[in-house]
Design a binder for this molecule. Structure first.
Ligand code: NAP
Length: 247
């Protein structure tokens, strides 16, 4: 076992699902490195909450869409500095709109952050974890990557792509003792879903067999399981946490 600090890196760990994942992994004993892009005050709140609970965390402003910045971050903060036990690819954005009217920029941005950004982190993390010959990677996809959603062609394409990326990376990295899985949340109460009109939320509830939106801790528990000691023989899987949708 390495003497270096054992780190779980959570992208977009400053708010929403990422914050809950960061808090949960810190409670499980990892030092948490979290990234954010635009709201340092939220990132600091997460770090403070983890420290108040007796854990360790650091926040880094790092745009998942900036490949060079991500490579520099791994070179400076990860390589030779820490044991990277866990990567959670969570940072994500939406730019919803019907396909006929979707701006090219809204397509490009969502693919850049939600899919290419995850690839960049996976690629960098796999170099470090490959040398360690151990590691757990959890990608946060979405139920809409499995079932599609009108108004989210960009987002569901990115999330479906992330499932393919997860399965292929799992096959490539298995021989080095690295597992790669995805968690596919349904509709979870966060800033992302707070933007949705009430009518859409009502329509969603109709489709959820358990008849409620999920909460961030439901996702954090699934991520913690896949990052924890009980999941060493699980790789290339997509764990739906969605109240029974898409059965
Ligand atoms: P959220 O509340 O909007 O939080 C998004 C997080 O990602 C924030 O920490 C944000 O940082 C960070 N982020 C955004 N763009 C970034 C970038 N370019 N580089 C680095 N960090 C960036 O979202 P959420 O609802 O928690 O969603 C988290 C993940 O779960 C996403 O991948 C989302 O697609 C997925 N998901 C969510 C739901 C749901 O119902 N909420 C359902 C299925 C899947 P700043 O605060 O600095 O902007």
């Amino acid at each position: 076992m390495s003497d270096l600090p054992h780190v779980a890196l959570v992208t977009g760990g400053s708010r929403g699902i990422g914050r809950a994942v960061a808090e949960r992994l810190a409670a499980d004993g990892f030092e948490v490195y979290l990234t954010y892009v635009s709201r340092p005050e939220e990132a600091e709140k997460t770090v403070a909450a983890i420290e108040a609970a007796g854990g360790k965390a650091k926040a880094f402003q790092l745009d998942s869409g900036d490949r060079q910045a991500v490579a520099d971050f791994f070179g400076l903060e990860i390589k030779g500095q820490v044991a990277l036990d866990v990567l959670v690819n969570n940072a994500g954005i939406t730019r919803d709109g019907l396909m006929m009217r979707m701006k090219d920029d809204d397509w490009d941005k969502v693919i850049a952050i939600n899919l290419t950004g995850c690839f960049t982190f996976l690629k960098e993390a796999s170099k470090i974890m490959g040398k360690q010959r151990s590691g757990r990677i959890v990608n946060i996809t979405s139920v809409v990557g499995q079932m599609g959603n009108a108004g989210q062609t960009n987002y569901s394409a990115a999330k479906a792509g992330l499932i393919g990326l997860t399965k292929s990376a799992a096959r490539e990295l298995a021989a080095r003792g690295i597992t790669v899985n995805a968690v596919a949340p349904g509709f979870i109460e966060t800033d992302m879903t707070a933007k949705l009109p009430e009518k859409i939320v009502e329509a969603m509830l109709e489709e959820i067999p358990l008849k409620s939106l999920g909460n961030v801790e439901d996702i954090a528990a699934a991520v913690a399981f896949l990052a924890g000691p009980g999941a060493g023989y699980i790789t290339g899987q997509v764990l739906g946490v969605n109240g029974g949708m898409y059965m």
